[in-house]
Design a protein around this ligand. Sequence first.
Ligand SMILES: *Cc1c(COP(=O)(O)O)cnc(C)c1O
Length: 388
Amino acid sequence: MQIEFSERLTQLPPYLFLEIDKAKRAALAEGRDVISLGVGDPDQRTYGVIVEAMKKALDNGDNHHYPFDAGVPALRAEIAKWFKGRFSVDLDPATEIYPLIGSKEGLAHLPLAIINPGDKVLLTDPAYPAYQAAVTFAGGKIQYLPLKASNGFLPKIQDIENAKGARAIIVCYPNNPTAAVADKAFYTDLVKVCTEKNIMIISDLAYSEVYFDGVKPPSILEIPGAKDIAIEFHSFSKTYFMTGWRLGWACGNPRLISALARVKSNVDSGVFNAIQHAGIAALNMDPAEIEDMRFTYQQRRDALVNGCRAFGWKIDPPGASFYVWARLPSRFEDSMSCAKAFLDQANVLVTPGVGFGKSGEGYVRMALTISVDRIHEAVERIGRILAS
Ligand SMILES: *Cc1c(COP(=O)(O)O)cnc(C)c1O
């Protein structure tokens, strides 16, 4: 029998990193010393206090059963407390917070709950690829809002106002891949236009705690009226080096939360209780340790940006996230050939911007997930090929 893939699967866009993946595998197979600025996965281990909390929770048999859908009440209470402390926003732990098996899981499931086939959803271009897949699986139609350096890589409010019949918009600030940050003025305008136009706002705040120079990224829920139309996604992955653990949460509008909960209760049965207890330990960590995490990325950022500037590649230092979004050195025509040249000639892996959308062309993304020493080495290698 010929197994046919569903239309929804075949409608997914082609995977654009294929060529670069192939080149990387070939390089590694040849035993070349590849420095990867490619992956958005922190290189550090999860903090010891979180691992210890997990071990303790594992020994408690009460945690071995199906979790309640809405999760361990103590985790939701802890999230509410953390949110109040960080953003001065009150959340009702019973109706406005929901634990997730990583924020990507929630982002992927939400469109199934609120989007009908043919409904228009606004996505930024470039964007984190999971949004496109999520909307496609729900049968939604995507309209892209181009992000330009001239507008701080924020979508233009006018473009949103002009987008006829849009039902929802997904935004992510601090942004992956552009590392742009949104301020409260942008969110205020966004809430205003989306309220007028009946557009639900889906905000991805995975990088809320990875910020530099003391400038904290705001939550959209700080804006009056946001809770009427917005849901926000948070993640333990980047803040606490917990990418492999799969823990995040959704918060905001209770009706959006309950819609998501309804899909989830038919797909999964919640987050392993022990991991939820580890999450409580994470939220209670010494803030000084989180400050160290930021300091580490800031040092790496400065090593990369200053190193490249020293040989004439003008890169803007990002204000948040652990990515550097760099305009191509002038000799390269497109991001794919730049990434290919860096890999082939310098054994340095970067991500071509076009992989995140058409408007990502002209840029490469470099992840700060390696040590300062390795960044110095990568800078030296890139400098050598750009000088040749
Ligand atoms: C890493 C990342 C996520 C995260 O993920 P989890 O599923 O919580 O690990 C979500 N959004 C963006 C933009 C990311 O880069």
